[in-house]
Design a protein around this ligand. Structure first.
Ligand code: ACO
Length: 365
């Protein structure tokens, strides 16, 4: 296939057995199981098991003892750097030198410890660490995450985070997962693949949109005029955050689940979010009649994470916590293919020319 597709849209780069986003049907299945069945039935760490091992047991283990030395206040940066460091500190071996079982165990250790890194980064500099015996009182990964971060775990917050993590644990070949697979395909170690994925996820078009949704809701709450807000964004040819998706042409099923969760948890932003959603969808239909632009996962994620009082700037790192499951599953799947990913680029640069034609060439003599 030699046709160039900007952004690789529609290009099939892999076959996968992990997750199936049902583009037209608005459903998302992990190893065949609809996420609707998982939320509220099993905690995130079991969903990690479903995605990585195709079995709920044993699931993601508890984190290893790890102290984040100097939190910077930028959780994705802390996470990316700490994950890369873990490779060296734990002496992780290259994927090419591991069997599947050992690779899976490295990914399990990393996944759990990455969550601990984010909790410690969120707790911030200068705060005393929460004692391990307090953290150990948590029964689920979400509960332990909150205990490590805040020293307490409000059950509403636990439910918000657990639901959000399950809904966003895996979604096929997005930018960060592609990055993880590319890195894994070189035979690098699991820490390198996971930290590369964190970098890819930190951008607002992928993992950072919730951070931009809440300011939008604040603005609409202030002006009480969602129509004017939406009209202004589109008149400036800007994007309304939380709408549009590369895959779904029907509603993003995760948005549906998270909307329901926001309502169940009595989010104080539910009404304003629902009103803005309604107005934005109508305006987008008029703005791009030929391209379905529906609510995506990030719009209602922002509202659910707000219930758990997650600060805006922590949302990309919360997304990374969720996605450790998907990344781990894809890194293992990639390892099994044993094939280096190396696509091509069509050269469209300058025709052959002498060095003297290039600006800055030293003049002889
Ligand atoms: N608001 C306004 N216009 C939009 C939006 C939006 N949210 N999304 C797409 N469009 C417009 C684009 O401006 C473009 O118009 P043009 O053809 O006149 O340039 C057209 O629709 C097609 O846009 P693309 O960028 O080609 O669509 P794509 O499928 O590549 O984009 C994306 C998907 C990046 C999510 C996009 O819809 C977007 O930027 N949304 C806002 C950011 C966001 O919510 N990100 C989270 C995504 S979910 C996730 O990553 C887990």
């Amino acid at each position: 296939m030699n046709e160039f597709k900007p952004g690789l849209e529609g290009v099939i780069a892999f076959e996968t057995e992990i997750a199936e986003p049902d583009r037209e049907g608005g459903a998302l299945r992990y190893r065949g199981v609809d996420i609707e069945e998982l939320v509220g039935r099993v905690p995130y760490e079991k969903v990690w098991g479903l995605l990585v091992d195709e079995s709920l047991d044993p699931g993601m283990p508890e984190p290893e003892p790890f102290v984040l030395a100097r939190p910077t206040g930028n959780a994705p940066s802390d996470l990316q750097a700490a994950t890369a460091r873990l490779s060296a500190e734990w002496g992780l071996r290259k994927l090419v030198d591991l069997d599947d079982r050992d690779a899976r165990d490295d990914l399990a250790r990393l996944s759990a410890t990455m969550m601990s890194v984010v909790a410690q980064s969120a707790r911030g500099r200068g705060q005393q660490r929460v004692p391990d015996d307090v953290v150990a009182q948590g029964e689920t990964a979400a509960e332990r995450f909150l205990l490590r971060w805040r020293g307490e775990a409000d059950p509403r917050h636990v439910k918000a985070i657990d639901t959000y993590w399950i809904c966003t644990a895996e979604h096929g070949l997005n930018a960060s997962t592609f990055t993880a697979r590319i890195t894994a395909s070189t035979g690098a170690d699991c820490g390198a693949a996971m930290s590369a994925a964190v970098g890819a996820l930190s951008g607002p078009l992928h993992g950072g949109a919730p951070a931009r949704v809440l300011p939008m809701l604040d603005e609409v709450e202030r002006t009480q005029d969602p129509e004017a807000y939406v009209k202004d964004v589109l008149a400036r040819h800007q994007r309304i955050m939380g709408f549009g998706h590369r895959i779904y042409r029907a509603e993003d099923p995760r948005a549906r689940l998270l909307r329901r969760t926001a309502k169940e948890l009595a989010s104080r932003r539910f009404e304003v979010a629902e009103e803005l959603e309604h107005v934005a969808l109508a305006a987008l239909r008029e703005y791009k009649p030929d391209r379905p632009l529906e609510t995506n996962v990030e719009f209602w994620s922002a509202v659910v994470l707000d219930v758990a009082e997650i600060p805006h700037d922590l949302t990309p790192a919360m997304f990374a916590c969720a996605r450790v499951a998907g990344w781990s599953a894809h890194i293992l799947e990639e390892k099994r293919t044993g094939r280096l990913i190396r696509p091509s680029a069509r050269y469209v640069g300058p025709s052959p020319r002498p060095l003297s034609a290039v600006a800055g060439t030293p003049v002889p003599g």
